[in-house]
Design a protein around this ligand. Structure first.
Ligand SMILES: Nc1ncnc2c1ncn2[C@@H]1O[C@H](COP(=O)(O)OP(=O)(O)OP(=O)(O)O)[C@@H](O)[C@H]1O
Length: 360
């Protein structure tokens, strides 16, 4: 069995990095636990790959410190970090067989031949490709090549595994399969793993925790569900799935609280005791069409008009204009389900406990 009992945590302390005038990482701090599956999630250009590459030792040396376990690796060259990285492009040697590709790192390290044979055999078995060991990379599918890239990385028993958008060259079905396989492999080896992706579904389904990045800054860190249900700000709310977001202020009066949107959806309270500015976030699947008879003080209600309807298979999505705000409503689709027509006037309701006030 490949031995990854040496799996280490990672500490990123005040890491900053600029390319010329552009500050790409802005004093990023983060701790990743040993054996954790951690995702860096963010839009294109947010700095995910730059941060991952800084951990691996590629690119310019950042300011701040990066520790793997207790070792400060900030200034070490990549080959002294004992960190395994899998690239989007796989980077397999085209002229070598699968077996040779996987063995390469061990040969470089002058590992005895017998041990190489054993470890390569185990790594190929781990990714389910023992039968294809004598093929060349161009005789393999994209998914198989990705597995070889993984086998080649874990065979040297790195302390941490870094994956840079490893699934982006695969078709949709294969991506789903591969992300499960990667998670299983990570669990089997107990290997601290960082997975860079701009695909929230990938991050949600694989990671124990994730960091959402935007513009070189970590916006929020937490378990996927925690971040989805309790985003800390407008950016995280909008980036993690679809969200209805109303900007305005929460006003506290003698009789309770009211959220007053800037476009004036709810009536302000008289003589508010406190006013807190922010954005009110609620998800399309928590927003209901009609059913006003069931609404109560526990619901927010809005009058609006359906401006579009999209059939998404499992869901029907309605776009509703409410005083110039665009709100989305998702209903589960089943056979025979009544669909509301575009142009209909509707009442929306949202249970108040399904709304979250976040920083603007
Ligand atoms: N070698 C470089 N020279 C100059 N600018 C760079 C270099 N590498 C990255 N950048 C810039 O740094 C910023 C962050 O890039 P990075 O690749 O880390 O983003 P990302 O979040 O991984 O995006 P993507 O998902 O598109 O890969 C971008 O604005 C990019 O243009």
């Amino acid at each position: 069995m490949l031995n990854n009992s040496e799996s280490k945590g990672i500490k990123i302390q005040n890491v900053g990095l600029s390319f010329g005038e552009t500050e790409v990482l802005k004093r990023v701090s983060l701790e990743i636990e040993p054996s954790e599956f951690f995702a860096f999630l963010g839009p294109s250009g947010s700095g995910k790959s730059t941060l991952l590459r800084a951990i691996a030792g590629f690119g310019p040396t950042p300011t701040g410190r990066i520790l793997v376990g207790d070792q400060d690796v900030t200034r070490l060259p990549p080959w002294q970090r004992n960190v395994g990285m899998v690239f989007q492009s796989y980077a397999l040697w085209p002229h070598m067989s699968v077996r040779k590709n996987v063995a390469f790192g061990l040969e470089e390290r002058k590992v005895p031949q017998q041990e190489i044979n054993r470890r390569v055999g185990e790594a190929l078995e781990l990714v389910g490709l023992s039968a294809l060991a004598e093929r060349k990379p161009n005789e393999l599918s994209g998914g198989q090549q990705q597995r070889i890239a993984l086998a080649r990385t874990v065979v040297v028993e790195p302390r941490v595994l870094l994956l840079d958008e490893p699934l982006s060259n695969l078709d949709a079905n294969l991506r789903v399969q591969m992300r499960r396989d990667i998670l299983n492999l990570q669990r089997e080896l107990g290997l601290t793993t960082i997975f860079v992706t701009h695909d929230q579904e990938e991050a949600n389904t694989t990671s124990d925790r994730m960091a959402v990045l935007s513009d070189g800054v970590i916006q929020q860190v937490g378990a996927p569900r925690e971040l989805y249900d309790h985003p800390c700000n407008r950016f995280v709310a909008g980036f993690l799935g679809s969200a209805n977001i109303l900007d305005g202020a929460l006003q506290t009066g003698a009789l309770g609280q009211v959220f007053v949107s800037d476009k004036g959806i709810e009536q302000p309270v008289d003589n508010p005791l406190a006013i807190e500015r922010g954005s009110l976030v609620f998800r399309p699947q928590s927003t209901m069409l009609g059913g006003l008879e069931e609404a109560s003080g526990e619901h927010l209600t809005f009058n609006g008009r359906v401006v579009y309807r999209e059939f998404l298979g499992s869901l029907i999505r309605y776009g509703v204009d409410v005083s110039g705000h665009h709100l989305a409503v998702d209903e589960v689709h089943t056979i025979g389900k009544h669909h509301v027509e575009v142009g209909s006037n509707v009442v929306l309701r949202v249970p108040r406990d399904q709304t979250v006030l976040v920083a603007a």
